[in-house]
Design a protein around this ligand. Structure first.
Ligand code: GLU
Length: 346
């Protein structure tokens, strides 16, 4: 080999070595914060920092939700390698409410593909409140998304199953698989909402009129109401979020719940429409896909790293858990977990 070629090859070799060193150094610089000690400290700090916050108020338009203990405050962070970090009350259960919309959406994508979800429901933010009827009217039932009520009821109606019982069984099963244990229905919450959900029934009928409801509207609304009344504690919700963070494989049970592609199409909708009218401001501050529910549950997903959930029933004006937002934002920030915090290449 002549010296010129040898020198050239040596230079390439050295350059590769140096860049590998810097790239891995960079990855370490970011990942370093996710040590056991760090996560434990940060989760504890978030709990201590916000446990005495008394802002917000339980939802009461579903009467049973007004009676839930407003002091429940639990945080669960679950890493994609299955480690579970908890603080506070991670035993008390609340109804999952709108957080369920994520998992039913994922099931529909899994069964029918992302294009069907886009064509039959839509994936755009409506720019209107979560149970807006004017949005359906304006868009003729199109351009809604599965994380607001019209799209969520349409998603329920799209779930495979020839009758109401089999659709419900499938929805409960996928939620259980995401959580890694058999979940069950909060009967008082279900009964309370079922007796008072005329607005959701109206939404389902209006969608039917526009050809955008794919099962009997009364039964679809009923299944949707049940789905919202599935009971979860903070640990369940944390594992559900972590299953999304882990590309659809439950990091604790190792069960394949949905495919990585399904997760890939689920997270963007959470990013644009996860926190009602405050979805934009949430995403601006944290950069992480999330979903809240009026029961006080908030989940967030840091892709490839961890899922996190907080349960705390008092909500702000937009309908999002006050302590949930504070605690998750703090943890994401302290762990440098915002995916848009990019370390420039050297
Ligand atoms: N079941 C509730 C409803 O349809 C869910 C609301 C929510 O959590 O956003 O009104």
């Amino acid at each position: 080999m002549n010296t010129f070629i040898f020198e050239k090859q040596m230079k390439i070799f050295l350059a590769t070595l140096i860049s590998v060193f810097f790239i891995s150094g960079n990855v370490f610089a970011q990942k370093n914060l996710l040590t056991k000690e760090n996560i434990t400290t940060v989760v504890k700090e978030a709990y201590e920092k916000y446990k005495n916050v008394t802002d917000g108020k339980n939802a009461d338009y579903i009467k049973e939700l007004a009676t839930v203990d407003p002091n429940i405050f639990g945080i669960a962070l679950v890493t994609t390698d299955g480690q579970v970090y908890t603080m506070g009350d991670v035993e008390s259960m609340v109804s999952i409410q709108s957080v369920s919309k994520v998992f039913t959406m994922a099931k529909v994508i899994e069964e029918q593909g992302y294009q069907a979800l886009q064509d039959k429901i839509g994936v755009d933010a409506t720019g209107e409140v979560f149970n807006s009827i004017t949005a359906i009217e304006r868009m003729k039932g199109k351009e809604i998304n599965p994380l607001v009520n019209p799209g969520a009821i349409a998603a329920t109606s799209l779930i495979n199953g020839s009758d109401s019982a089999s659709k419900w069984a499938s929805i409960l099963q996928v939620h259980s698989d995401f959580a890694g244990r058999e979940l069950s229905l909060n009967m008082p919450v279900y009964i309370s909402e079922a007796g008072d959900n005329l607005r959701n029934q109206a939404i389902a009928h209006l969608l039917l009129a526009y050809g955008r409801m794919y099962f009997d509207p009364v039964q679809a609304t009923d299944i949707y109401t049940k789905q919202c009344a599935i009971n979860v504690n903070a640990k369940d919700a944390g594992i559900m979020a972590a299953t999304l963070a882990n590309g659809g494989v439950n990091p604790v049970t190792k069960k394949v719940v949905v495919s990585p592609e399904t997760v890939m199409y689920t997270l963007p909708v959470m990013s644009t429409a996860g926190l009602y009218d405050d979805s934009g401001i949430w995403f601006y501050h944290t950069g992480v896909p999330a979903k809240s529910g009026v029961g006080g549950c908030l989940i967030a997903v840091v892709p490839g790293q961890f899922g996190i959930a907080v349960i705390s029933p008092p909500l702000d004006k937009a309908g999002n858990s006050v302590k949930g937002q504070l605690a998750i934002e703090y943890i994401v920030d302290q762990l440098n977990a915002d995916p848009y915090l990019i370390q420039p290449s050297k």
